[in-house]
Design a protein around this ligand. Structure first.
Ligand code: NAP
Ligand code: HSE
Length: 437
């Protein structure tokens, strides 16, 4: 080792999509990092579940093991990089690493979302780092901006697309005519999906990420169960077709807004006007719009998943921690204040709605529907009869509303579903305005 450099010993927990990206980056850029950052980043251990799985190790000298205790008891390990995923044993491993004086870098949004506050307090008590830039937005820098660069602001809104898998699926269904199954299969092959893709498709992954961003931005404790959630699995090909005809695209939106003393926080499919900036975020790309009182609107955009993009964020954190270790500097922890927040019920939401339903194709149907909507003070913006199936005597209707209260819309839909002329209610999708406000 040359004069003035220090060797930093690293253990990587997990050698999947992200673990491989991290190992490859640390291996191929080792000399460049040594020159630039005065630290020699050495991977000493790699923890895996299945020792018998065939693997390409990029000429690493690391010991590959399935025994975490061995890593924990090795005092020379400075940084534990957790890229295994899931709540347990990842939470336990992160916690014990810090209690044993090791700094931690993780890409695990589930653990940070559920246990962020506790883990940050353990990091602070033990004087170690806990960094998690890769947990939200893959390669997009967003945790540091929310935790540091935007500190002078009162952040009041986050509007985002933060799941690469669903954005890839929705983009392919919109523009390539792919089926849901084909697009999901491709996203899995490309390494974007979680080990259980239900987490992506049902919006659970986006809930974890949104709760982390909102906790940091609003300086409140927001847990996954606080976030209203709907996934994309109930959308049909017709919804994409009708959305296009109406001038919209469908996106899985993750939205958090501070309104008075309450927080409106939700993940669900939305119709976005085609010309809106977020409507143009396609494929595996993610984007996060943040509004602060001083800065106004800022937009973060980039690849939200994949081995290299995620390794960019993980290795950035490793370099950050190493720099502090080399300089003997104290870790600076992010503020994750334990304040309880009051969550606004989805029933209180005021939004425009797209409603697709199948009705009998006969006179008087429209009158019955408009009667119900009118009785709940829901104003119709457009109503279009889409397709008739003469053999079944049925037609598909697409209704869009002016801004209405969610509770009223749900009440009206209950009443509508009981009408003798209504065969089924298909999709109900909230319509977002294109503006960032
Ligand atoms: P992955 O491809 O499924 O890899 C998981 C790795 O962890 C595998 O090597 C597995 O070992 C190992 N592992 C799992 N459970 C273990 C256990 N109990 N003990 C030891 N090793 C264990 O996952 P990934 O896509 O790389 O994701 C890793 C983390 O990064 C997750 O938290 C994920 O949410 C996050 N993330 C992923 C992406 C992405 O684009 N994929 C982007 C941002 C963040 P075996 O190889 O032996 O099975
Ligand atoms: N499965 C996640 C996604 C990985 O598709 O966005 C990145 O966190």
């Amino acid at each position: 080792m040359s004069k003035g450099t220090r060797s930093i010993k690293i253990a990587i927990l997990g050698l999947g999509v992200v673990g491989n990206g991290v190992l490859e980056t640390l291996t191929y850029k080792k000399n460049a990092f040594k020159d630039q950052f005065a630290s020699e980043l050495d991977v000493s251990y790699i923890l895996v579940k299945d020792l018998n799985k065939p693997r390409e190790l990029y000429s690493s000298n690391a010991l590959i093991t399935d025994d975490y205790e061995r890593i924990l008891s090795d005092d020379s390990v400075d940084i534990v990089v957790e890229v295994m995923g899931g709540d347990q044993p990842a939470f336990d491993y992160i916690k014990r690493a810090m209690e044993n004086g090791k700094s931690v870098v993780t890409a695990n949004k589930e653990v940070i979302s559920k246990h962020g506050q506790e883990l940050m307090s353990i990091a602070s008590i033990n004087g170690v780092h806990l960094l998690f830039e890769a947990s939200v937005g893959g390669g997009i820098p967003i945790i540091r901006p929310l935790s540091k660069d935007l500190n002078a602001n009162d952040v009041d809104a986050i509007r985002s697309i933060i799941n690469g898998t669903t954005n890839y699926i929705l983009t392919n269904m919109t523009y390539m005519g792919s089926t849901f199954a084909e697009a999901l299969d491709e996203a899995q092959t490309l390494g974007y999906a979680e080990s259980d893709p239900t987490n992506d498709v049902e919006g659970i992954d986006a809930v974890y990420k949104l709760s982390i961003m909102a906790s940091l931005a609003f300086r409140s404790q927001i847990l996954p169960q606080d976030v209203y959630r709907e996934g994309i699995s109930n959308l049909t090909a017709n919804d994409f077709k009708y959305a296009k005809e109406l001038g919209y695209v469908i996106k899985l939106m993750a939205i958090a807004k501070r309104q008075d003393s309450e927080i409106d926080i939700r993940v669900h499919p939305s119709l976005l006007p085609e010309e809106a900036p977020l409507a143009k975020v396609n494929g595996v790309y993610n984007a996060i719009q943040v509004h602060g009182d001083l800065v106004g609107h800022v937009l973060f955009h980039g690849q939200g998943a994949g081995g290299n993009a995620t390794a960019s964020a993980v290795v950035g954190d490793i370099i950050d921690v190493s720099g502090d270790l080399v300089r003997n500097a104290n870790p600076v922890s992010y503020i994750w204040n334990g304040k309880e927040s009051s969550i606004r019920s989805i029933a209180e939401l005021v939004s425009r709605y797209y409603i697709r339903l199948t009705v009998e194709d006969r006179p008087g149907v429209m009158a019955k529907l408009t009667d119900v909507l009118g009785s709940k003070a829901i104003s119709i913006a457009s109503i279009i009869q889409k397709e008739s199936d003469t053999s079944l005597n049925s037609a598909e209707l697409v209704i869009t509303t002016h801004p209405s209260k969610e509770a009223d819309v749900q009440d009206a839909l209950n009443d509508i579903s009981e009408l003798d002329v209504v065969k089924s209610i298909g999709s109900i999708i909230r319509i977002e305005s294109g503006s960032a406000d």
